[in-house]
Write a protein that binds this ligand. Structure first.
Ligand code: F6R
Length: 606
């Protein structure tokens, strides 16, 4: 997740861009760069590290000029380095880019055959090369950009400048980009917080919009050059509100970001037509020798492991052992050198998970991290890493990290299934088609958030909740209960529904509401019996299922219907209403949702 920003106005662009970049650093950073039009040519500077490192490097240089672009990078293709940092300048053309160009290898190959030389490992560099190619063939600047865009597959928000031109061009497809309309100035940015100090008037661009800005004049067209009308919206956000995208809390923003976060997790990794999953730079040892897979993590990340165990065992027929990192590190588990150890962590800085990784490495096992934070200790010190690309998670209660971790696990299961010869391209294509529906299905759940808020408001006075689920949804309810207790301080316990009779049923009465997650899979009937048992004891039931059932509805206080999906992916959908329910209860109870008492975002001590 990179951040881009552009300025065209009357003031010095450099200071404005650096200030905006600092506000975009929350999108992740490993390098930063700036480009300013100066005396007819675009001058660029790039630096590995933080925006402050870039600023230290250029503050004494002359970067005068009132039009420029800047970028903060979070590497996806190519290691963090100055060479791979943006802007990328080829000939007269300078580009900053956020997103992933899926067909860059193919484009790079054909551009190389035409004699073009590449100097970075990024996917981005093909964009200025393509634009230069069309310019060389006689197209004007705007037309050359349009032609280049038509060749790209994938997601992008880009800003482009050209030596000798007063025009800045920007475009977007499936990556965020907005235009800020200020007093005598125009800006582009990945996100409102970057420029909210200069304007509160924004055009939220749509996919395939091409923006042309010349001397403060703005034109928006589609890829074919036809002008489109976009409304300028005035928002009443403070800087802090803008960071939260207008949401009351980061947690709510992050819950609502899940469709986009999931899409970003998939970008560049799935080839649906070919029935393939690709993980660049992942160099696993011989998978045919793997005797057992270990999945180790803490808290929410551990719950993702429990879900993954179901999908791995069912599809790969390999034994999976899940462990809490603080247990794994001390119990001296029986490890075999050929076992694979997968460590999961949003932050990549959780002390126990890092210690577990070191323990496994010491014993000679291959360690693979599933991690959200680039450059974190876990991601650096594990032999392999797959990033979740969820973007920064700021709310202490983990939400989008969880759903993207499960998404990565699902892709990894398909990847290993292919390598082990257990899944063919048809199987993978079928699974990928289901995977691709998830962002839309999560959006459908989020669209009904008012229903969940009502349930939450009506029931937040209870001091205890029991959560029940079976199979792959047992970990879902563990996670739902964790969300509720950590932010609302309401006591919540989760059980595998089959265990209810073995003890917890003693707790059931009118003061113990029961949250049940039960899609209509092979265990649905069994869970219906549990519901009957709860109702007989005057317990109140809140049922989350994927098919409306009149009989169960008549026994439940509320039924929330989740879109249908395949078994392996159910938790990604069924957790969303539970996240919302926890959030709304906490919010109405008035707790500090983003920073619940006694908790820290990353637990760097044992
Ligand atoms: C719960 C939560 C924690 C973390 C746990 C592990 O909402 O956020 O349970 O999941 O502390 O953190 P990471 O994933 O950063 O290792």
């Amino acid at each position: 997740m990179c951040g881009i920003v552009g300025y065209q106005g009357r003031e010095g662009a450099c200071d404005i861009l650096i200030d905006a970049l600092r506000r975009l650093e929350y999108r992740g950073y490993d390098s930063a760069g700036i480009a300013v039009l100066q005396g007819g040519s675009v001058k660029i500077a790039r630096k590995q590290g933080k925006v402050s490192d870039l600023w230290n490097m250029i503050s004494s240089e002359n970067f005068a000029g009132s039009m420029g672009l800047a970028h903060t990078r979070w590497a996806t293709h190519g290691v963090p380095s100055e060479r791979n940092a943006h802007p990328h300048k080829v000939g007269d053309v300078t580009v900053v880019h956020n997103g992933i160009i899926e067909n860059y290898l193919e484009l790079k190959e054909s551009l190389k055959q035409d004699g073009r030389t590449f100097v970075s490992d990024t996917d981005t560099e093909v964009i200025p090369h393509l634009i230069v190619d069309y310019l060389d063939k006689g197209s004007g600047f705007e037309e050359a950009v349009r032609q280049a865009l038509k060749r790209l597959k994938g997601s992008y928000a880009i800003g482009v400048m050209k030596d000798g031109s007063e025009t800045m061009i920007a475009a977007k497809k499936e990556s965020p980009l907005l235009v800020g309309v200020g007093d005598g100035e125009l800006m582009i940015a990945s996100d409102a917080p970057a420029i909210i100090n200069r304007t509160n008037r924004f055009i939220f661009l749509e996919d395939n919009d091409v923006v042309t800005m010349t001397n403060g004049e703005l034109k928006i067209t589609d890829f074919d050059g036809t002008e489109v009308d976009r409304e300028v919206k005035t928002v009443q956000w403070t800087g802090a509100m803008a960071e939260k995208g207008g949401y009351r809390h980061f947690m709510l923003k992050e819950i609502f970001e899940q469709p986009r976060a999931l899409s970003e997790t998939l970008i560049g990794r799935i080839r649906e037509e070919e029935g393939e999953v690709v993980f660049d730079d992942l160099d696993l040892p011989d998978v045919s020798k793997i005797r057992k897979i270990w999945m180790v993590a803490c808290g929410t990340s551990y719950h993702a492991c429990l879900i993954a165990r179901h999908m791995f065992e069912a599809n790969l027929r390999v034994p999976v052992e899940t462990d809490i990192a603080s247990e794994f590190r001390y119990r001296d588990p029986i490890l075999d050198r050929d076992d694979l150890v997968i460590l999961v962590s949003q932050s990549g800085e959780t002390a126990d998970t890092i210690a577990a990784m070191k323990e496994a490495r010491k014993k000679g096992l291959y360690t693979l991290a599933i991690c959200n934070v680039l450059g974190s200790t876990l991601s650096r010190e594990s032999q392999g890493v797959v990033y979740t690309h969820a973007g920064p998670e700021i709310g202490v209660a983990s939400t989008k990290a969880f759903t993207t971790q499960i998404t990565v696990f699902f892709m990894l299961m398909l990847y290993l299934g292919r390598l082990k010869g257990l899944l063919d391209s048809n199987d993978i294509r079928r699974h990928l088609a289901e995977l691709k529906k998830l962002p839309r299905n999560i959006t459908a759940i989020l669209d009904s958030s008012a229903v969940i808020e009502e349930i939450a408001r009506a029931n937040m006075h209870y001091r205890h909740f029991l959560f029940l689920g079976r199979g792959i949804n047992f970990p879902t309810v563990l996670e739902g209960a964790l969300k509720l207790k950590e932010i609302s301080y309401i006591h919540a316990e989760a059980y595998a529904a089959g265990e209810m009779k073995h003890g917890p049923i003693a707790l059931i009465d009118e003061n113990m509401p029961v949250v049940v997650v039960s899609p209509k899979d092979q265990t649905y009937k069994k869970t219906c019996s549990n519901i009957e048992e709860v109702v007989t004891r005057r317990g109140r039931v809140f049922l989350f299922t994927d098919t409306f059932d009149h009989d169960m509805a008549s026994k439940s206080d509320a039924v929330f219907v989740i879109p249908e999906t395949i078994y392996e992916l159910q938790p990604i959908l069924s957790i969303v209403p539970l996240q919302l329910m926890a959030y709304y209860m906490a919010n109405h109870l008035g707790t500090d949702v983003d920073q619940p008492r006694n908790l820290a975002k990353s637990v760097t001590v044992e």
